[in-house]
Design a protein around this ligand. Structure first.
Ligand SMILES: Cc1ncc(C[n+]2csc(CCOP(=O)(O)OP(=O)(O)O)c2C)c(N)n1
Ligand SMILES: [Mg+2]
Length: 321
């Protein structure tokens, strides 16, 4: 089987570029009022999900909160299906009925897209329990923000995961803010990773601006879980360049702070690493970026030309039959 470090890093860089260019287009289409409802962009955090995906197999499970475009794209859901979902079209990955916060792709084991902060953390335990019960060696990656760690559901889930030794990795994407509230104002602990210790779950910190650090830390955790099922916690330190959602001017933080993280951009960093090592030329990078931009643009055309879901669909899929 392919080992994580063998996953082509150039391919992973292209994936980060696709995510970034897709979201830039989504932002533009939102401003043009082609997209309704909420829309939370992931720009700046790309190395977190791409690093994590590089450490797992396609049959492992992924579940996340509402900042979910990147998680679906990283799992291989097409840019077309993702953009069509934002447009509320029938060709979207949730048939146009979910929108930005409720992406879903069962075939690729991407189990949402969940809008209630912390509510999907127990669901991750359910997914992991199912895998363990069926004696499969799959791991479940559960992504959530720094804002979720003070929710009751989060604590109940970690406790049960530890008791049942569930093969689940809790990945806290610590981007320093939950809406406009900084993590220092919401959380008494200095280091979020210490939350795991209270449940006897091993914890590790990864640099979310560095693809290789995220991939390598995750790969080590995944390896130990496959050998002997247990939960783990990874705090990934990252930053979102945009506001919480499209309607947030992000005036609660300084220009200097944003600039500091932009200078440490995850795409620029991986590009520089690969260029320095002679694995990527400037021309090749430009070509990858051009392809990502074309895919994002084509997804807008696809979404625009796709049909609306039929009105009879409106009340379908709300409850399981
Ligand atoms: C239970 C609940 N309370 C409040 C909200 C409103 N809300 C939406 S996002 C959010 C902040 C969450 O921040 P974080 O978990 O750090 O994720 P990030 O947006 O940084 O990715 C809040 C409070 C919600 N969706 N669910
Ligand atoms: Mg946050």
């Amino acid at each position: 089987m392919q080992q994580p470090e063998e996953r082509d890093e150039v391919e992973m860089l292209s994936l980060m570029l696709l995510i970034r260019r897709f979201e830039e287009r989504a932002s533009q289409q939102y401003q043009a009022q082609k997209i309704g409802g909420f829309c939370h962009l992931y720009i700046g955090q790309e190395a977190v999900v791409v690093g994590a995906i590089a450490a797992i197999r396609p049959d492992d499970y992924v579940i996340t909160a509402y900042r979910d475009h990147a998680h679906a794209l990283a799992r291989g859901t097409s840019a077309n299906a993702c953009m069509a979902e934002l447009f509320g079209k029938a060709t979207g990955c949730s048939r146009g009925l979910g929108g930005s916060m409720h992406y879903f792709d069962k075939e690729r084991h991407m189990y949402g897209g969940h809008a209630i902060v912390g509510a999907h953390v127990p669901l991750a335990c359910g997914l992991a329990f199912a895998c363990k019960y069926r004696e499969e060696d799959r791991v479940t990656l559960c992504f959530f923000g720094d804002g979720a760690i003070n929710q009751g559901a989060f604590h109940e889930a970690l406790n049960l995961a530890a008791l049942y030794k569930l093969p689940v990795i809790f990945i806290c994407e610590n981007n320093l803010y939950a809406m406009g509230t900084s993590v220092e104002r919401s959380t008494a602990l200095k280091e979020i990773v210490d939350r795991a210790e209270g449940y006897d779950i091993p914890g590790v910190i990864a640099d979310g601006m560095n693809f290789r650090d995220v991939r390598d830390k995750l790969a080590a955790v995944v390896k130990s879980i496959r050998e002997d099922p247990h939960p783990a916690f990874v705090e990934v330190r990252t930053y979102r360049y945009r506001g919480h959602s499209m309607s947030d001017p992000a005036s609660y933080r300084t220009k200097e702070q944003l600039e500091k993280y932009r200078m440490d951009d995850p795409i620029t960093r991986l590009r520089a690493q690969l260029t320095r090592e002679g694995k990527l030329t400037h021309e090749q990078f430009d070509e990858l970026d051009k392809k990502a931009k074309q895919a994002a643009l084509a997804s807008v055309k696809f979404a625009e030309e796709s049909p609306e879901p039929p009105i009879e669909e409106l009340y379908n899929y709300t409850y399981a039959p």
